[in-house]
Design a binder for this molecule. Structure first.
Ligand code: GLU
Length: 304
């Protein structure tokens, strides 16, 4: 497949969508990012990479990091994990409180905020130095020791985190959080603040696309069956309450974040990361989704 030509074509084809949507502004530091950035990078199973646009500029991963947290928690807890968090699509906003109240503090899945706050609690109770372990795991996935937390972004989010604070308190009320709620929020925002560029993010996600390679990074290992199941959860729950739309338009497992990034996987073939900060009303990157729709349409490479 001539990915270089495909990406050049996509780059031109998404230009009419530039200017639509806006940055996430509920996190003050994300509101200040240049909204007109666009980058995309594909990394193949042979470790070849192809990129266009601002693919070398780091951005805030936000909810994409929930995939890394899930991998670590699955490695730590195995099937036990599902006693504390479900694996069904939520059909509600990523920061919704409604479902959590009705379902007595059992989050629908690990990729909505409530679910990821439970993962955060599990990591805090299971690991010494969880901050170090998390960043160590992510660095090894990327093969890059310079990946780090952006503590300014984490602090900026904490200052306005009324909704996430409400979610973690509701979880605590239902006894699904063991640690101090403030500590859970602190670590959760730190994980969300990790930054990568498109090439680094695609490289990190390649580990979830390589079905037959051993998954073992910084002491955290998954079986190929667990990797397969992570793909299933990305497919059904990776795009807020637009997971169905993403499946319909793109047809790849993946995860988006409110920093405007999307990482997706074509199992056994490639991983791809795209970044454009302007979001639609559901919190997904408009140009990012369009670019991935064009990618799977143009190449006919999707899981469907
Ligand atoms: N840190 C963000 C929040 O908790 C992550 C949201 C996202 O990217 O979906 O609101």
């Amino acid at each position: 497949m001539d990915y270089r030509t495909v990406l050049d074509k996509i780059y031109k084809a998404v230009q009419p969508y530039a200017g639509l949507g806006k940055n996430a502004d509920y996190i003050p530091s994300l509101a200040n990012v240049n909204p007109d950035k666009f980058g995309i990078c594909i990394v193949t199973d042979k470790n070849q990479s192809f990129e266009v646009g601002d693919a070398e500029e780091r951005f805030s991963l936000q909810s994409i990091t929930k995939v890394f947290a899930l991998a670590m928690c699955l490695s730590l807890k195995g099937e036990e994990l599902w006693k504390r968090v479900g694996k069904e699509p939520s059909g509600t906003a990523f920061n919704s409180l409604v479902q959590l109240e009705v379902e007595h503090g059992l989050p629908r899945n690990p990729f909505i905020n409530a679910g990821a706050l439970v993962l955060t609690d599990i990591m805090l109770t299971s690991l010494d130095n969880p901050e170090e372990k998390f960043i160590g795991f992510v660095r090894e996935l990327c093969g890059d020791d310079t990946i780090c937390y952006n503590t300014d972004v984490a602090r900026s989010e904490r200052e306005t985190a009324y909704l996430n604070a409400a979610i973690v308190n509701l979880l605590k009320y239902h006894r699904n959080i063991e640690c101090d709620v403030e500590r859970v929020l602190e670590f959760y925002f730190k994980m969300c603040s990790v930054e990568m560029n498109c090439r680094e993010l695609a490289t990190a996600f390649l580990a979830f696309a390589n079905r037959n390679k051993e998954f073992s990074y910084a002491g955290f290992s998954l079986t190929s069956s667990q990797v397969k199941r992570m793909n299933a959860i990305m497919q059904t729950c990776g795009f807020y309450d637009e997971a169905g739309e993403f499946s319909y338009l793109v047809g790849l497992p993946g995860k988006s974040g409110v920093g405007g990034g999307i990482a997706a996987i074509y199992p056994g073939r490639y991983s791809v990361a795209v970044w454009s900060p302007r979001l639609n009303s559901k919190g997904n990157s408009i140009m990012g989704m369009k670019a991935l729709e064009l990618l799977t349409t143009e190449t006919m490479e999707s899981i469907f």
